[in-house]
Design a protein around this ligand. Structure first.
Ligand SMILES: *Cc1c(COP(=O)(O)O)cnc(C)c1O
Length: 391
């Protein structure tokens, strides 16, 4: 059997054709595919605006800039995430305030965040960055209520959850990144994510003012729009109005993204199918715990979980990781808690600060989960996992 990774991209003939077409067009960087991808993606998640950028980390940075994060800002996020969710606060000089997870889901615990926020005077915290970890949607309605009471903004890190949704208290389906409850949301198109463009990212929002800022910061803070200019010297004239970056994504990658987006629902259905098979296989096995789907994302038989990852918890995680590798199954660990990284320790965090996140980390393992995983490969993985745990 071929090596089995925990995640991988799927590139079709149509994808290749789409890229080849843009290569021979007039546009290598900013061309018509950028706007097309933005429009299609905004429609897919149900948001008003989308801004395509060079990667998910750039998307996060543009969000913290647009929200005015600075030296005085304190922003709450989860330790169980890719470090970029926290780093984007540091890029703007703000303080990262980690808060512990709900051990059942490994998501940022909204109740703990409430306690943290309420323990300080109003204005102490600026915002919250909840993460739809593993594709499991956070209940943004709950976070929004808290945010409104305390004047906080919300950036939803939806890198794991395109196509996922939760059901709000009115019974309405809220797709991840739709901008209904969060001010801004970000996505990543790194090859292990649902939609792959090599490198790439997207910000979505319903807020037109934030949208305009994102556009400006994406390209050096430069505008050419006549109605925004302070002066106008002629057709060539542009103004750099703010300090921005070059976070643009090339047209050919947007063409790839558009082509991938067409298969997003099929990929999602396959991911959910794979998850059901794992769920059934491990349900009766003592020694294996699976993460629970957020109750808000569960309705009848249907699940809003987008399954970027399928995580199990086992006592001898290192043993299982090594055993699977011996059989060329490359499971992975998501994540080493961000606060235990040397960089965040240098800012004052220590091991022991978030015991639930740390205990989760000591047991978690992400099993192979991607649309092209075959039934035979999945059975092989399940067999090896059970063999190890039951030995
Ligand atoms: C992948 C990822 C990012 C960053 O995306 P890049 O495109 O790799 O920069 C941010 N947050 C989470 C949770 C991610 O998994």
């Amino acid at each position: 059997m071929k090596p089995i990774p925990y995640g991988r991209q799927h590139i079709s003939e149509d994808d290749i054709q789409a890229v080849v077409e843009t290569l021979t067009s007039d546009f290598l960087t900013q061309g018509p595919k950028v706007a097309e991808f933005e429009e299609a993606f905004a429609a897919y998640v149900g948001a008003r605006y989308a801004v395509a950028v060079s990667n998910g980390t750039a998307a996060l940075h543009l969000c913290t800039m647009a929200l005015g994060v600075n030296k005085g800002s304190r922003v709450i996020t989860t330790p169980i995430t890719f470090v970029a969710s926290a780093n984007c606060v540091r890029y703007c000089g703000g303080e990262v305030e980690f808060s512990d997870i709900d051990p059942a889901t490994a998501l940022l615990d909204a109740e703990k965040v409430r306690q943290l926020v309420e323990s300080k005077p109003k204005g102490y915290y600026s915002g919250i960055i909840p993460v739809d970890f593993a594709g499991n949607p956070v209940n943004l309605e709950e976070f929004r209520k808290l945010a409104d009471e305390h004047g906080l903004w919300i950036i939803e890190d939806a890198a794991h959850s395109p196509g996922g949704y939760f059901i709000d208290s009115k019974g309405e389906k809220q797709r991840c990144g739709n901008g209904r409850y969060a001010d801004l949301a970000i996505f990543s198109f790194h090859p292990v994510k649902h939609i792959a463009t090599g490198e790439g990212g997207m910000v979505t929002t319903n807020d037109v003012e934030l949208y305009k800022k994102l556009l400006l910061y994406r390209t050096h803070g430069i505008t050419r729009e006549t109605e925004l200019l302070e002066e106008n010297h002629g057709g060539w004239y542009m103004e750099m109005q703010e300090l921005g970056y070059n976070y643009r994504i090339p047209d050919m990658l947007c063409a790839l993204g558009l082509s991938q987006l067409e298969r997003a629902d099929a990929g999602l259905a396959r991911r959910r199918g794979i998850a059901r098979v794992y769920d059934q296989a491990f349900a009766e096995v003592s020694g294996i715990q699976v993460l629970q789907t957020n109750p808000a994302a569960l309705q009848e038989d249907h699940t809003g979980h987008a399954y970027h990852l399928y995580v199990i918890r086992v006592e001898d995680r290192k043993g299982l990781y090594d055993y699977l590798r011996e059989h060329q199954i490359y499971a992975q660990v998501h994540y080493i808690p961000a606060h235990t990284m040397p960089y965040y320790r240098s800012l004052g965090y220590s091991k022991g600060d978030f015991p639930l996140a740390e205990s989760y980390y000591s047991e978690c393992l992400s099993l192979p989960m991607y649309p092209s995983l075959t039934q035979q490969e999945q059975e092989f993985v399940i067999g090896k996992v059970k063999e190890f745990v039951q030995k």
